[in-house]
Design a protein. Structure first.
Length: 485
């Protein structure tokens, strides 16, 4: 069976190459290298060693994934002609995507892949920046990482910083998490005679020195806790601290029941921020809603019932399960088809459904619950197809309310007013208006216009309590004419 023997050429010069690896390279008939841009290979080639590099593939492909795929395919093709050596920088098992592909696919190609070893740059890097990785160290491939993966509380090492573009990508991502002047260290050829180390402010990362495939970037862990305020795990720590020993007495005594009203209040404040079209206020209010979620999750953890991981896990499972058109094979084209598919999946999730209304929360605000009840009933055909009979129902309920006001008890009046409101919810639903949002907007409009009245009365040096309804209504109409909402 043909074989591909992978040898790591280390992170620096020929003095770092093991004697065994040196002998294998010198005695090999066929040597291929991911890149010829490496001090060890340059020295060996000056001694007469013949090496075929894949540098041209980097230039002809648009992405690293395409490049790695092409290199691996070429190696398997070459292996059909006989065994060969494949040289990679550093250690073969360290930040080498081509090596992982070779190992995964060797059986299907009938080729044995042998990892012969090599020296990783990590030992020299740890020495150069004087850190102990056991304190918490994260190593990231600079060519394919995301912001969500970066844990700034750890020692961070970015490898594969091939060029200025990659260095710039690392810089821009880190600048979303850290101050522009946060100090980082750029290392090149660590441990070799060509070693270069430079500590620079983050904003100068991509212009501090010329980078190549021997360049790594070290980012020290964040010590200033104010820089962690955007970190989700940090805010969880803050909430746990508030409820823990020595924390806040108010937070410590809260329960799921006692927090119910605050969740509703914060949700309405989010709606207000949306109505105001105030993005900064919206971000602030969404944070308050998140606090309620975190408090409930922490209470669940304190009582040994559930954790934030359980909350997130259930949410992720539900989102994926209810979006088979995104995460599965279902096909939909419109938002209406998505809603139908969503409801279909929800129906499949029910173990027993003795009532159409079992899944509707009893604690919803009145108008919101009425809307949900009507929508649920409509799913089985208990609904009007046209608006005229709905409007007639509103008139009927209005007449019955007037009759109750004139001739019946307060309890009857309350019942009839409820029927009228329920009928109005039906009108809102027909026109696809959320009644809870509508009344919220009207409340907001009423407050804005009444506050205008207060300002105008004050400007005129009058006392609002002494003005007649007609006089106050004059200012109200003035507010309407000015378009105050």
């Amino acid at each position: 069976m043909a074989s591909i023997t992978i040898i790591g050429t280390g992170a620096g010069d020929l003095t770092q190459l093991s004697l065994g690896s040196y002998r294998k390279l010198k005695s090999a008939d066929r040597i291929f290298a991911r890149t010829l841009d490496h001090p060890v290979l340059r020295e060996l080639m000056s001694e007469g060693l013949v090496v075929t590099g894949f540098d041209d593939i980097y230039e002809s492909n648009d992405s690293f994934e395409e490049t790695y795929r092409t290199i691996v395919d070429r190696l398997f093709e070459e292996a059909q002609q006989g065994s060969l050596i494949y040289a990679v920088p550093g250690h073969p098992m360290m930040a080498e995507a081509t090596v992982q592909l070779l190992l995964e696919e060797q059986a299907q190609h009938g080729v044995e892949v042998i990892v012969a070893g090599g020296q990783s740059f990590l030992d020299d890097l740890f020495t150069a920046v004087r850190i102990d990785p056991i304190e918490g160290c994260q190593i990231l491939d600079a060519t394919r990482f995301t912001k969500s993966e970066v844990q700034v509380r750890n020692h961070l090492i970015f490898v594969q910083v091939y060029d200025q573009f990659t260095a710039s990508s690392v810089k821009l991502t880190l600048m979303e998490l850290l101050p522009d002047d946060y100090e980082v260290t750029v290392l090149q050829a660590a441990g070799s005679q060509d070693e270069k180390i430079m500590t620079v402010p983050l904003f100068e990362l991509d212009r501090s020195m010329e980078v190549n495939n021997l360049t790594a970037v070290y980012v020290p862990p964040v010590k200033d806790t104010t820089l962690l305020y955007q970190d989700f795990e940090w805010v969880r720590h803050v909430v746990a601290r508030l409820r823990g020993p020595g924390g806040c007495p108010w937070d410590q005594k809260q329960t799921h029941e006692s927090l119910k009203k605050y969740l509703i209040e914060e949700a309405y404040e989010v709606l207000e921020a949306i109505d105001d079209q105030d993005d900064e206020h919206l971000a602030d209010e969404l944070g308050d809603v998140l606090l309620q979620v975190l408090l409930h999750a922490q209470i669940g953890e304190d009582e040994g019932m559930f954790t934030m991981e359980d909350v997130i896990g259930k949410l992720s499972d539900k989102l994926i399960r209810r979006h088979p058109h995104v995460f599965g094979n279902e096909q939909v084209q419109t938002a209406e088809e998505v809603v139908g598919l969503w409801n279909q999946v929800k129906e499949q999730e029910k173990d027993v459904a003795p009532s159409q209304f079992d899944t509707i929360q009893k604690g919803l605000p009145g108008l919101m619950r009425a809307n949900e009840l009507q929508k649920s009933a409509a799913k089985v055909g208990f609904d009007w197809d046209e608006v005229d009979p709905i409007l007639e129902k509103v008139q009927e309920e209005l007449t019955e309310f007037k009759e109750a006001v004139n001739n019946k008890t307060f309890h009857d009046q309350e019942d009839e007013l409820g029927d009228l409101l329920f009928a109005l919810v039906n009108v809102a639903r027909y026109y696809k208006i959320d009644p809870e949002v509508a009344i919220h907007r009207t409340n907001h409009k009423f407050v804005s216009r009444f506050q205008y009245i207060e300002r105008r009365v004050k400007e005129k040096g009058l006392e609002i309590e002494k003005l007649s309804l007609e006089e106050l209504d004059y200012f109200w109409n003035e507010a309407k004419q000015k378009g105050i909402k």
